[in-house]
Write a protein that binds this ligand. Sequence first.
Ligand code: MRU
Length: 362
Amino acid sequence: MNINGKAYHTIWVKEGEPDTVQVIDQRVLPHQLVIHDINSPEEAAVAISDMIVRGAPLIGVTAAYGLYLACLRNADSDELKEIASMLKESRPTAVNLAWAVDLVMDKLLNTPIDQRPSVALTAADRIKAEDIEICRMIGVHGLELIKKLYEEKKETINILTHCNAGWLATVDWGTATSPIYQAAQAGIPIHVWVDETRPRNQGANLTAYELLQQGIPHTLIVDNTGGHLMQHGMVDIVIVGTDRTTAQGDVANKIGTYLKALAAKDNNVPFYVALPSSTIDWTLNDGIKEIPIEQRSEEEVTSISGWSEGKMQKVRLSPLGTPAANYGFDVTPARLISGLITDRGVCAASKEGLLGLYPERA
Ligand code: MRU
């Protein structure tokens, strides 16, 4: 996707410097475009935990390149196993992270040591390339849903999204945004309601930025506005991303997603979740009981960060001494979800629905 008219991916190996992986520093968007260098697996883990990169698919790709950097330094099996654990622990909820690490490790441990750097690079490049294609296909299938709504309504389709499940959370296209970008390319008039998504404001900072850059009409709203809009017929469809989807179709996503799903159910607004297969955790069923929910620092709630006087500044919101809880994600049960938009098609949020698209998992 484009930034100032130039096409970017969110991660790449620096040209002419094979020991440097570069990412867009998402902490300073939308105010500055800063390219951040990652030169070691430890720096890859910090990029994930500090949210220099974020979003389930991009976290997985970053971890894969982290293992490649590890191989350049020391490709010994014990060392790699330690690094794999460190990378997996950098953020707990998005399952793509463990999926990517296990995939690359499986290849490395079956490869002679001297060939591990090149095998790791090929594996990471492949995960990256597949993510782009998978996200493109999510858009192809999601576009059909938007097309159908437009054929019925024949007026601008209003789409609500939460957090950032855009191209900045993946390598390109995004998950929830891929149908949006492809609907715009198909000439369907669309408008996106963007939840700001406290505490870190990925909606205000990232989704608004990428929609603006792609010329998609959108409006920023505070997180609690969605229900009101739905009651007044101002939302035609909700499309969100996910960090982990269980085998029975329960979905973990950024905190607040569940409340949007409840409001959508109450107002008969279709609620869809867009996901690559790497986000499905086939080992889990009951998402509410089984998905680990990341708890982040209190400071993200008691303060707010923004751009002032040419730099990012943090200001305090609440009284000193007031404790805060910062649950990063919540789980939306399958019964509230109209359907899952995957790269293989759209299915019901259920075991049968998922197995219909992924029969090899039966
Ligand atoms: O904490 P974040 O910013 O990594 O959370 C991101 C989300 O919740 C996204 O919606 C999810 O990862 C899907 S990304 C395509």
